[in-house]
Design a protein around this ligand. Sequence first.
Ligand code: ASP
Ligand code: MG
Length: 411
Amino acid sequence: MALYVQKYGGTSVGSVERIEAVADKLKKFKDQGHDLVVAVSAMSGETNRLISLAKEVQETPSPREMDVLVSTGEQVTIALLCMALEKRGIPARSYTGSQVRILTDSAHTKARIQDIDVERIQGDLAQGRVVVVAGFQGADAEGNITTLGRGGSDTTGVALAAALKADECQIYTDVDGVYTTDPRVVEGACRLERITFEEMLEMASLGSKILQIRSVEFAGKYKVPLRVLSSFEEGPGTLITIEEEETVEKPVISGIAFNRDEAKLTVLGVPDIPGVASKILVPVSDANIEVDMIVQNIAADQTTDFTFTVHRNDYNKAEEVLRAVATELEAREVVGNNKIAKVSIVGVGMRSHAGVASKMFDALAKEGINIQMISTSEIKVSVVIAEKYLELAVRALHSAFDLDKVDTVSE
Ligand code: ASP
Ligand code: MG
């Protein structure tokens, strides 16, 4: 029999009926003889509601008090779920993060888990109880309540699975797995049977919102087999796992990620001398603006052009900062565009295949889509294009890389 850590997200516990449905699901696993540790989120919308209550009282509340407040959402769901289990004759115990001793650092609202005391949980499991732990929260060494950042219950689930050496960490959510791309953009998008941690990490950083990025990092680091499944439908979901050597005919590309909320800025005619890149980017980061892609051209006439992308919300602020920098550097001009999007192909298969990038560029060229910027990593190629071509690009790439044909045969 297996030990599973299961995590149920906000929509899965969004009402009393849904909590009852989760209890039914847990009963099935329990009846099969499995040991269960469950991490739950707050009911959907609850964390946002709590945050807005705080904002009514104080514009920037102290992070410590914020954590005391927002951690209450999960305390509601652990208790209700245990009641629903007890009603079904299943012994269960709920614990807050601090009760179960999820020790974190003291970085309120974005704390990191340092240690989990598994003794109490193991004791309960030995007594045949289902253990239900509040996601998203812990306590620091002084006992202050901390939270792990939005979406942090995923990380609670993975950390519990790592500490307990669970057979699998199963993340139950409102989608039935990880797809080759967003099915709202490409009708033929397919659920992936498997994806590697590295690929999932790229997909998550590139805008796929299925899992909190940190939880994927954690799972990769501790090699926790992680499965994403639907709470509402039966199915095997997607297994996120380490790369396997013997894989037969692995697709070169596993998925296509995209992000619409991008903007780019270029400083034209920057002097080609040491220190220029930092003179441009330090004030940008001092203004708390995160920079994504960076491109600097080869110099001609002792000057060069320097381009980078930022989140669209930061465009105006970044432009302001750059104008000041450009004057100081005696650069020619600052130009920008906030109607761009980033499209990326992701796949560990790229490591062993040549010509992946050119195939991508060729597919885009055939659709008449101009590429404005390119960046690559070992397992990813990203391009910046005009936003209006985003969907066309994603569809073209999805079929160019034969993703419509990904094998999704159920186990
Ligand atoms: N309730 C928290 C949030 O909404 C944590 C979670 O759901 O994972 O971000
Ligand atoms: Mg979530």
